[in-house]
Design a protein around this ligand. Structure first.
Ligand code: CUA
Length: 302
């Protein structure tokens, strides 16, 4: 009787072992099949350090696309709350692209829809991976790691174009390299403050009308909040906000002036246009977001 019982158990054990062995085999075959048909796109870590040291590297000085040779390009992207810099990148088709990604603040995700590009973007690391787009089209970039209140708005686009379209657009860009405050706003500010500057109640203060009022009280404050960011509790029109405004010091003096001019035109009193040298004068203070908050308490009587 005991003997028989033991045999029964051994039989079931063999079945379970065979079953799990088969499952492992199927997984290995699936992975091998994917690698063979799609290729492996596992990101390597190219460098580690603080976000500041990584962002000061040459490759991130001007994020975006660089053609490095025939059929070869580099694309660098900075992920930050809550957008990708740059938000739109034009890439020629059939070009082997080496992507360099890093985060300015918290962990983000970078997924390119309809491809197998999917990387966790970690502050203090540069992730590198290669990919060749073989079909023109617009590919959506999304952040797929929850990173804060604006996470769902963290989107971007890769525009894959034919070689001739790419050449033509590059020429156009050379000719029309004008600073467009509205475009800068759409790329950098709209994901939190809204396309028309209405803000999000309780999360991001409104800019339409309010920014122009602030400019009347203190133009340097408005510039400083862009250059150095702002962190801590503020009250805008009776609503308390306790968010984080990232610093936008990576924008040039001209760009900051252009985007401020767009913002003060969203409503409110008429403001004399901001000039680049006015922004330049505020640079070099080396302020922290907390310093800006303190300055706000002094000059803006909220
Ligand atoms: Cu960045 Cu979610």
């Amino acid at each position: 009787m005991d003997e028989l019982h033991h045999d029964q158990i051994a039989k079931w054990e063999r079945r379970w072992i065979a079953g799990s062995g088969l499952m492992s085999l199927i997984f290995v075959i699936l992975i091998a099949f994917n690698l063979a048909t799609e290729g492996g796109h596992i990101a390597a870590v190219a460098a580690r350090g603080t976000p500041e040291t990584l962002l000061s590297q040459q490759i991130f000085a001007e994020p975006g696309l660089r053609i490095t040779g025939p059929g070869q390009a580099q694309v660098s992207i900075v992920a930050q709350a809550f957008n990708f810099v740059p938000e739109r990148i034009r890439i020629p088709v059939d070009t082997e692209v080496t992507f360099y990604l890093t985060s300015r603040d918290v962990i983000h995700g970078w997924q390119v829809v309809n491809t197998n590009l999917n990387v966790e973007v970690i502050p203090g690391e540069i992730s590198v991976l290669r990919y060749t787009f073989t079909r023109p089209g617009t590919y959506l970039m999304v952040c797929n790691q929850y990173c804060g209140v604006g996470h769902q708005n963290m989107l971007g686009q890769l525009e894959v174009v034919t070689a001739s379209d790419f050449a033509r657009v590059e020429d156009d860009a050379m000719v029309a390299d004008v600073l467009d405050g509205a475009q800068l706003y759409a790329a950098n500010c709209a994901s939190c403050h809204g396309p028309g500057g209405a803000g999000i109640a309780g999360a991001f203060p409104p800019l339409a009308g309010h920014a122009a009022e602030l400019a009347e009280r203190s133009r340097p404050y408005l510039i400083d909040s862009l250059l150095y960011g702002l962190q801590g509790q503020i009250v805008v029109r009776g609503t308390t906000y306790n968010g984080v405004m990232p610093a936008w010091g990576q924008l040039s003096d001209d760009e900051i002036a252009a985007v401020l001019n767009h913002i003060v035109e969203l409503g409110g009193p008429t403001v004399e246009p901001f000039e680049a040298d006015e922004v330049a004068a505020e640079r070099g203070k080396g302020w922290s977001p907390a310093d800006v908050l303190e300055f706000r308490r002094q000059v803006i009587n909220q």
